[in-house]
Design a protein around this ligand. Structure first.
Ligand SMILES: [Zn+2]
Length: 285
């Protein structure tokens, strides 16, 4: 082996060694899956105040799985597993007649995680947009996660105003009070790198929060949760259910401003048409 060959040989060996130490997941690789906890059949007036009241619509119940190199995140957990396969009343009572869930057992968040190779125990952060029955339904499946929720939402869920009681189902979280909570009082950058940012979007409830996710190829997604149910709300129609209408409209404006500033997209929680256009058997990156 002449000198040049020896140098080349050493260089190739060094390159192979450095490649072997590159982590399997590059730091900027974040995967986002959008799935649905079945659908709800409900009066359109629940979504758009004084618009299409009395018209029954079928809408998805969006949930998200976000695979960040530093931990798995779930944003919203859908309807409780107990309301699967037509078994609604024993868990939701009167709510079944007004927001009939079509959820099948395989639609539930634990099965959705399994579908993509994850387990509920893999989840590091469980972010809840709020604690209504179609978003916090399966909180009790995640005893190992840190639950990221606004402090005001926790207080509301455990002691709702009388007029809010129907949509907060205590049985969804009565055994979860001793879980590990990150009780927020505003925005929070979950990994400190700007890629998954919790946004205070109160108004729908006292402690509603949305999620801003930055993906390398897809760009910035504003996952609205119930801050913006449908495109009509985005266009200025007051959402059908609000705790505080003024704050609700301010939060919609906030999300739209962020969407424009980051040249991103606003994803609705219960927007059937938009949901149908998205991919659900694979990830966005
Ligand atoms: Zn909802």
């Amino acid at each position: 082996m002449n000198r040049l060959n020896r140098v080349l040989h050493a260089a190739v060996a060094a390159l192979a060694l450095s490649l072997a130490t590159v982590p399997a997941v590059a730091a900027d690789t974040i995967k986002l899956y959008q799935v649905s906890s079945g659908t709800l059949k409900l009066d359109k007036g629940y979504l758009t105040a004084m618009r299409d009241v009395g018209k029954i619509v079928e809408v998805p119940v969006a949930m998200y799985i976000i695979d960040h190199p530093r931990g798995l995140v779930v944003y919203d957990t859908g309807n409780n597993v107990a309301v699967s396969d037509g078994q609604c009343e024993r868990h939701w009572g009167k709510m079944c007649a007004s927001s009939y869930p079509t959820q099948k057992r395989n639609d539930v968040i634990d099965k959705q995680l399994e579908k993509f190779g994850y387990k509920t125990s893999d989840v590091k952060y469980l972010v809840l947009s709020h604690m209504h029955l179609d978003h916090a339904g399966n909180l009790e499946m995640f005893p190992n996660a840190t639950v990221v929720v606004q402090k005001d939402e926790m207080k509301t869920a455990w002691w709702p105003e009388k007029y809010q009681r129907g949509v907060f189902v205590l049985a969804d979280y009565d055994d979860a009070r001793d879980f590990n909570y990150m009780e927020l009082t505003g925005d929070f950058d979950l990994f400190g790198d700007g890629s998954v940012v919790v946004l205070d979007t109160k108004g729908h409830t006292q402690g509603h929060q949305s999620l801003m996710v930055k993906l390398k190829n897809t760009g910035t997604l504003l996952l609205a949760g119930d801050a913006v149910y449908t495109p009509e709300n985005e266009a200025g129609v007051i959402p059908g259910i609000t705790w505080n209408t003024y704050m609700s409209m301010e939060s919609i404006n906030r999300l739209k401003r962020l969407r424009d500033a980051h040249q991103g997209e606003l994803w609705f929680s219960h927007g059937a048409e938009q949901y149908d256009q998205h991919k659900h058997d694979g990830y966005y990156d």
